[in-house]
Each structure stands twice: as structure tokens, then as C-alpha cells.
Ligand binder design. Structure first.
Ligand code: ADP
Ligand code: MG
Length: 657
């Protein structure tokens, strides 16, 4: 003999209420063969729904055995139970349990979502079923736009979506007027006539009259089980009733199935998010602000750093200064006379050196006409303006020839020009007195960018160092040598080689070097520290945003408990529910991140309207990091609510409002 389709043996179901265990089902033995039409009757509270839930694998017996087609259900993992619900059972509930935010067609196709069937197949089958149930015109209606009878017919169509070898109806007519109730019973009769097994719970004798077998329950036990001559259902005119029940559609396996499920989860998440637009937007706000501040701060930091580095390099960053003495402020420095022009020439011959200028620096009185000022007089080489990367505003600099001839020529800076000549006189070609030595002004240096380092109110005059030594100050030794390193050469190595060379020439190290490169490094690391610090603050705001997402998702899970129950009842796996909520959280965060990035571009636009010296600089790295960050937040903070949803007990979830 073949295995009975459904077989309960000694099944008990207990509920723990406080201290007490209440047995809702007591020692039930019940066998239902394929093709039967069974009515379960009994007073309210007698355990009919509990029995149905056990039969439909929504609930498990506390003790006893339940076998479906010979397979012991008690030993199956949750996903296998979900598969049974999906592929073999079709549930019809008293209160329809349709998803309020979905149209009739979408409600009907929900069970096949979890088999991984293609969307087009799903939709056409859902439409077909609705048409067969007389709802062809109602496919796009939401449940609240349908009458009770129509809603129940939609839920019948949903139950049939995956084939439904066994139709389980828990008081399907309980909420309907008698006409709609008869209609639903007629449909159940037809489904039975078409070869399906039908189990219907009712306490209405009229309804039970449609069945061939009536099982009566009282206080959790079966008190009678009798066969009866069923009242004939309505005439069998409907095509669907004649048709063989479709074979259960096995889930699409492998990558295609996973992709289909992910895509489905995405579109469901989108639907859920757009159903509560304001709430979604407010949830996103935390992420939007967080991402916006992180991205903006990094961009501002990067822009500021770039600006400072530009400023520094405009002063000639790849220069190394050599001064006599042990260090700054060495009182013996003036006595050291070993730093001489020949050292500068030796350095100029080195392969890593771009250009060199010797220097003698003194304060002196500079006079033009009756104007008399103190100025810094710099005796420098012909390469000075190249070494320092300074441009001339007008005129020319002195050349090698002028240096050799101790020429009495001078380049003055714009401060000196203003003080000595006023705004309206062209100084080129005029003679000034430096100390007592007349010099011809041949050039005016361009003003240095005053914002960083170079800004000074001193007056400066440059003359050939030979002129300075021989005619102005006397003495042969230099106050310093400035070396410009070739582009791309490492500053530290060059500094070391310069030290070696000069130590060899002097016989001992009686000088020190000062490398502009170290300033660059300091600026870079200060900038990094600052950016890091600010980013940390921004990250805190991101985390706060993430907690906001978690909060809303938890509320959403609670609010949608019934939806989760429905989805599980029609065969959603735990992983499907988990995926749905996780995808929702990630979608909120990624959308929020994208909006945040867009807003920070807007910030940079506003920023550049107010600040013209420098711009915010966005790096691809920071944008990618921002997106990764918001995704991670979505996963991290969506995980707990999603897990809560996936762990819900289907029966309990269904009974919630
Ligand atoms: P029926 O469907 O026949 O009206 P039910 O199967 O819904 O009855 O419930 C049978 C009994 O089990 C009731 O007395 C009810 O109070 C109890 N019951 C149902 N669900 C729970 C639960 N989750 N916890 C505790 N008791 C429950
Ligand atoms: Mg009930």
C-alpha cells in the first residue's frame, strides 16, 4: 500500500503560558489520503488552527510524529519545511492575509518568487489564475480596493500559484457574506474535483456539507471522524478545475537562481522603501549627512594640503641652504671663514645639483634722492633668481659677466621700489646708493605670494656677491650657499652628499644644512593628522546615521511582522527574509551615500564661490571609500533587524496585527 499523503501519529502541541504548559493538541492520530476533501469542525479554541498549522508545516508538533508523503517532518531543517510549504501546500486564511502594498497580481505571484521562477512566467501564470477565478479585470487592484470575496479569491489564486497539491483553508468563509462564502466553497469543491487534497476548517455545518469527511475536534482532541455524502459542488465548468495540478516548480539552482533571488529582493526592497517615502528619506538623512561630511572634509583637507605645498614649492622647495656654524644662532659662526665662493663652484659641478648661488647678507642703508631706508642687502650669484624660483616684475637680473666684473648693479624688491621711488616712477636705470656705493637698478623682483612664509615687510636689494664682498662689506667668506636640487632627486640624499663634499673641502664639519624638503614633509604629515582627526569626527556622525538606519529597520521589522509571516507561510526561506531586510538596509545606505556624495560636490561648488585661493579636491579613493563605508554600514546595522526578521516563528508572525 502506498504511503498516506499526510499522517499524524500521537501528535501533541503544547504552549508555554507563564509557568504552565497547556496542551492545545492532545495525542492526535489523523491520516489524510491524497484526493480527500476533509472538513475539520469544532468550537472556537478547540485547536483547529493549531492542527492546520501543523498540517501545513508552519508549526511543529511538541511530540508525536508528522509525515508528509512518508517523510518525517520533525527531522527537517527550517529551509526544508519552507520548501514543503512552497511546493506542496497552498494556504487560504480566514482574513485573506494579502500584502496590502502589492497589487492582486503581485500578491498572487509571491509564492513563486521563492522558487526562483522568471518574472515573466510568474506574472503570466498569476494573471491566468486570476482570470480563471473571475478577477481578470482586478489584477492591478490593491487589496483595499477589492471586496472580501474578491480578496479571498486572490488568496485562493495565490495558494494555487505553485501547484498546491494540498489546499489548506482555515475558516475561508468566516469573514465573508453567505453569497461570497458559497462562491469560495464552490471553488474549493472544484479544486477537489480536479484532484487536489482539500482540508478546510470551519464551524459552519453548511460549509462542512461540501466535504466527504468531517473530523470533529473538542478541546484539542479528535472526538469524531466520519465520512459523509458530500453535497455536490456547483457544476464543473471552470477549466482550471479540470486541468491537472501543475507539477511543483523546482527552484532555479545555482548562480541564476541566486541572481534572480537577489534581483527580486532588490525590487521588493525598492517597493518597501517607496511605500514609506518620508520615513525612508529621514532614515537616509543620517547617512547623507555622515557621508557628505566625510567626503567634504577629506576634500577640504586635500585641497588645503595641495595649496600649502604649492605655496612652499613656489618658494623653491627643492633647495638646501648651507650656513656656517653648528646650527642656527651659533655665536661662533661669524668667526668661521671657510665657506667661500669656491665651495659654491664645487657644488655647482655635482650631478644632482641644478643651480647654486653663494650669498652674503647684511643690513645697509639704501638711499635714493632724499629717501633713506634700511634694507637687507643680499650679495648673490647670477643664478640666484633661478635657485629661489623668483620672477622679475620688470627689468633683468645680473649675469655671470656682471658678477665677474664686480658690477655696481642691483635688483630691488617691490617694497624697496615703493619706498624709494613711489608708485609712479620707473626705477629701472636709476642709481641708488647702497652704503656709499652707487648702483644702477636693473630689475625689480615680482612680489612673492604673501600668505605663506614669504610674506615680509623688509626691503630687499640684490647685488652681485662679488660687488657685495669687495665694495660693500669686505671679506671673502660667504654667509651661506643655496643649492637647488635637480627635480626628482631625493632631498635627503642630496643633503648628505653636500655635507660629505663640504666636510672634505673644509677638513671638518663647520657648517650646517637646512632642507626645505623637511618643511614639505611636516606640512604633509600635519595635513594628514588633521584630515584623520576630522574624518574621525565625521565617522562618528556616520555611525550615528547607521544606528538610525538600524532603529528604523527594527521598527520596520516589527511593523511588518505579519508580512514576514505571510511570506514564510507561502514558502520564503529564512535566508529570503534575511536577504530582503538586509538589501533594504543596504539600499537605504547606498542611496544615502550617493546623495551625500552629490551634496558634497554641491558644497564644493558653494565653497569655490567663496574661497578663490584654493579648491576642494575629491579623490577617487575617498569616493570609493565613502560608498564602501555606506554599504558596510548598511550591512552592519541592517544585520540585526534582518536576523530578527528571519528568526520569527511563522505562526506567531501571522497572528500579529
Ligand atoms: P481554533 O482555531 O480551534 O479556534 P486554536 O488552534 O487557534 O483554536 O487555539 C487553540 C487553543 O490554543 C486556544 O485555547 C488558544 O488560546 C491556544 N493558543 C493558540 N496559540 C497560542 C499561543 N501562541 N500561545 C498560547 N496559547 C495559544
Ligand atoms: Mg482558528
Amino acid at each position: 500500500m502506498a504511503e498516506p499523503l499526510l499522517e499524524l501519529a500521537g501528535v501533541t502541541r503544547c504552549y508555554q503560558t507563564g509557568e504552565k504548559q497547556t496542551a492545545v493538541l492532545r495525542d492526535i492520530d489523523l491520516t489524510i489520503e491524497a484526493g480527500e476533501f476533509v472538513a475539520i469542525m469544532g468550537a472556537s479554541g478547540s485547536g483547529k488552527s493549531t492542527l492546520m498549522n501543523v498540517l501545513g508545516c508552519l508549526d511543529r508538533p511538541t511530540s508525536g510524529r508528522y509525515r508528509v508523503g512518508g517523510v518525517d517532518v520533525g527531522a527537517l531543517p527550517p529551509d526544508e519545511l519552507a520548501r514543503l510549504r512552497r511546493e506542496r501546500f497552498g494556504f487560504i486564511f480566514q482574513r485573506y492575509h494579502l500584502l496590502a502594498h502589492l497589487s492582486a497580481v503581485d500578491n498572487v505571484q509571491v509564492p513563486s518568487v521563492y522558487t526562483g521562477a522568471a518574472r515573466r512566467t510568474r506574472l503570466s501564470r498569476a494573471r491566468e489564475l486570476l482570470a480563471q477565478l473571475g478577477l481578470a479585470e482586478r489584477g492591478e487592484h490593491r487589496p483595499n480596493q477589492l471586496s472580501g470575496g474578491q480578496q479571498q479569491r486572490v488568496s485562493v489564486a495565490r495558494a494555487l500559484m505553485n501547484g498546491a497539491e494540498v489546499v489548506l483553508a482555515d475558516e475561508p468563509t468566516g469573514a465573508l457574506d453567505s453569497k461570497s462564502g458559497r462562491e469560495v466553497m464552490r471553488i474549493l469543491g472544484e479544486l477537489h474535483a480536479a484532484g487536489r487534497t482539500v482540508v478546510v476548517v470551519t464551524h459552519d455545518e453548511q460549509v462542512a456539507a461540501y466535504a466527504h469527511r468531517v473530523v470533529e475536534m473538542s478541546d484539542g482532541a479528535i472526538v469524531s471522524d466520519r465520512a459523509q455524502a458530500a453535497r455536490r459542488g456547483a457544476e464543473m465548468t471552470e477549466d482550471y478545475a479540470r486541468a491537472e495540478p501543475p507539477a511543483p516548480q523546482p527552484g532555479q539552482a545555482g548562480v541564476a537562481g541566486s541572481a534572480a533571488r537577489l534581483f527580486q529582493a532588490l525590487s521588493m526592497a525598492w517597493a518597501a522603501l517607496t511605500a514609506h517615502r518620508l520615513r525612508t528619506l529621514l532614515t537616509m538623512l543620517g547617512i547623507v549627512i555622515g557621508i557628505m561630511s566625510v567626503v567634504s572634509i577629506v576634500a577640504i583637507g586635500e585641497g588645503a594640503k595641495r595649496y600649502m605645498l604649492d605655496e612652499i614649492s613656489s618658494m623653491g622647495t627643492n633647495t638646501i641652504d648651507v650656513y656656517p656654524g653648528r646650527d642656527w644662532g651659533d655665536s661662533d659662526a661669524a668667526l668661521i671663514k671657510t665657506l667661500v665662493p669656491a665651495d659654491a663652484q664645487a657644488l655647482a659641478a655635482e650631478p644632482y645639483v641644478d643651480s647654486v648661488t653663494p650669498g652674503v647678507y647684511r643690513n645697509a642703508t639704501v638711499r635714493h634722492g632724499n629717501v633713506d631706508v634700511q634694507a637687507m642687502v643680499n650679495g648673490v650669484g647670477e643664478r640666484f633668481f633661478q635657485v629661489r624660483a623668483r620672477a622679475l616684475a620688470s627689468g633683468i637680473s645680473f649675469g655671470e659677466d656682471a658678477v665677474r666684473r664686480h658690477a655696481q648693479v642691483a635688483v630691488i624688491d617691490s617694497n624697496a621700489r615703493r619706498t624709494l621711488f613711489g608708485e609712479h616712477t620707473d626705477p629701472i636705470g636709476r642709481t641708488i646708493l647702497i652704503g656709499n656705493v652707487p648702483c644702477t637698478v636693473i630689475g625689480v623682483a615680482a612680489e612673492q605670494r604673501a600668505s605663506f612664509g614669504g610674506g615680509t615687510h623688509d626691503l630687499a636689494v640684490w647685488v652681485p656677491y662679488t660687488t657685495a664682498s669687495a665694495r660693500l662689506f669686505g671679506g671673502r667668506q660667504l654667509d651661506g650657499i643655496t643649492v637647488r636640487i635637480k627635480a626628482g632627486q631625493p632631498g635627503e640624499a642630496a643633503e648628505r652628499k653636500i655635507t660629505e663634499l663640504l666636510t672634505r673641502r673644509h677638513g671638518r664639519k663647520d657648517f650646517f644644512t637646512y632642507n626645505m624638503d623637511s618643511i614639505v614633509k611636516t606640512v604633509e604629515s600635519t595635513g594628514r593628522t588633521l584630515t584623520l582627526l576630522l574624518s574621525l569626527i565625521a565617522v562618528v556622525s556616520l555611525i550615528v546615521g547607521g544606528i538610525g538606519v538600524m532603529n528604523i529597520m527594527l521598527v520596520s521589522v516589527t511593523e511588518r511582522t505579519r508580512e514576514i509571516g505571510i511570506r514564510m507561510a507561502v514558502g520564503a526561506r529564512r535566508s529570503d527574509v534575511m536577504l530582503q531586510f538586509l538589501v533594504e538596509a543596504v539600499l537605504v545606505c547606498v542611496l544615502g551615500g550617493a546623495i551625500g556624495i552629490a551634496l558634497s560636490f554641491a558644497v564644493s561648488f558653494v565653497f569655490s564661490a567663496f574661497v578663490d585661493r584654493w579648491n576642494m579636491i575629491f579623490s577617487a579613493k575617498s569616493l570609493v571609500a565613502a560608498v564602501a563605508c555606506s554599504t558596510a554600514i548598511g550591512v552592519a546595522f541592517g544585520f540585526m533587524p534582518a536576523r530578527n526578521a528571519a528568526r520569527l516563528d511563522p505562526v506567531e508572525a501571522l497572528s500579529r496585527d
